[in-house]
Design a protein around this ligand. Structure first.
Ligand code: HEC
Ligand code: HEC
Length: 337
């Protein structure tokens, strides 16, 4: 039985559902989106490298004890965030310090992580692979395992033309997979492109959103890539100072990267520590305006004073950001099943 499963997974790409063609890996900038930060020119997209990156993403081989893969934390049904876990869970059931963010539109990211501690998409996976509460491995260990594995020997050769298995190639392949995760076809996007209409309540929500929220959650990516405080009182057990951990500057204390709100309906719980279970609680936080006042910006103070009706409208609007084409895109499905 075990042999049968292994055999099947080795040939998974022959299954039409998982097959990737040259057309599947064409990167097009969606209408109205800015120029990406990450340039695939230096990491030429190919079906073979994408398939390799996808396999690596779904393979627990990258962790020390082969228990934890990228997808243990980043679930496809949750826009590659993690439903229900406020804080991430890694190897040996160790609990991390932060909520797992979604992976989407990362080629537009100027920096990654809640504190912006990583500024390059390609090197980003080094952080979870080597973090002792995430995958707990080191690069030498990963390389050794990949070189011993016949699937990967073949897959690296197909992707890069020769038998060299290196960390650089591994990271490039993973970046092809995560970089292609583009969400740009929600109802909101179709509305902007004049291909769909919003209901009255959704439209009203968009108007309030533009007035109160869009200065930080800027369209079309719904983040301005900056670090801000959303006025949360720090959790006394985590003592997470956010951006200041990276910069050491007091005016960055308790600021976090403004998260995109695309597919927000699917990425609960919310905030860097996952403290809010649903959108009502998030909206209640802004509306109440009982903010922790360190490094607060005027934009945040403007987000207060939301009426009960406006809250409902904003939530209705936020749900138009759900992009089922992306969430159910077969290219990103787990090929090892
Ligand atoms: C143990 C859980 C866990 C595993 C395993 C894991 N991640 Fe993450 N990932 C996180 C957490 C938590 C963050 C946010 C970290 C922070 O802010 O300090 C994150 C952040 C990210 C981000 C940045 C998203 C953004 O917009 O800032 C990307 C991309 C990412 N992970 C990809 C991966 C890849 C690729 C792998 C596998 C090599 C992986 N992750 C493995 C938990 C995990
Ligand atoms: C001053 C900038 C700013 C404004 C204005 C602002 N936000 Fe935020 N928002 C943030 C930051 C920063 C975070 C992440 C905070 C954290 O985790 O500590 C966030 C988090 C969120 C989250 C959770 C996202 C996730 O993935 O966990 C939602 C939902 C949200 N904001 C909605 C809104 C809405 C709706 C408004 C308008 C009423 C708004 N925001 C106004 C900066 C802002």
């Amino acid at each position: 039985m075990l042999a049968a499963i292994l055999l099947f997974s080795d040939f998974a790409e022959d299954n039409p559902y998982f097959r990737i063609t040259a057309k599947d890996v064409e990167f097009k900038i969606p209408k109205g989106f800015p120029k990406p930060v990450y340039d695939f020119k230096n990491n030429k997209l190919s079906p073979q490298a994408f398939v390799l990156g996808r396999r690596l993403f779904y393979d627990p081989i990258l962790s020390k004890d082969s228990s934890t893969s990228c997808t243990s934390c980043h679930q496809r049904i949750a826009t590659f965030a993690h439903i229900d876990h406020p804080l991430s869970h890694g190897i040996n059931s160790l609990i991390g310090k932060r909520n797992v963010p979604a992976i989407q539109n990362v080629v537009w990211g100027e920096s990654f992580m809640w504190d912006g501690g990583v500024n390059n998409l390609e090197v980003q996976p080094l952080s979870p692979i080597t973090n002792h509460v995430e995958m707990g491995e080191d690069l030498a260990g990963v390389m050794k395992k990949l070189k011993r594995n016949s699937y990967y020997r073949k897959a690296f050769k197909e992707a890069f033309g020769d038998t060299l298995i290196s960390s650089e190639r591994m990271l490039k392949a993973i970046a092809q997979f995560t970089g292609m995760m583009v969400s740009a076809n929600s109802k909101y996007d179709r509305f902007i492109r004049h291909e769909d209409t919003l209901s009255q309540i959704e439209f009203n929500g968009l108007m309030v959103f533009r007035e109160k929220c869009a200065k930080c959650h800027r369209e079309p990516l719904f983040t301005d890539e900056s670090f801000k405080s959303s006025g949360l009182y720090p959790d006394s057990s985590l003592l997470d100072k956010g951006r200041a951990i990276i910069t050491g500057r007091s005016n960055d204390e308790y600021t976090f990267k403004v998260p995109s709100l695309r597919n927000i309906e699917r990425t609960y719980p919310y905030m860097h520590d996952g403290r809010f279970r649903n959108l009502d609680q998030v909206l209640e936080h802004y509306a109440k305006g009982d903010f922790f006042m360190v490094n607060i910006r005027p934009e945040l103070l403007e987000a207060r004073n939301i009426s009960t009706l406006e809250k409902k409208e904003i939530i209705a609007f936020l749900k138009t950001l759900t992009d089922n084409d992306f969430l159910y895109d077969r290219r990103f499905a787990d090929p090892t099943y």
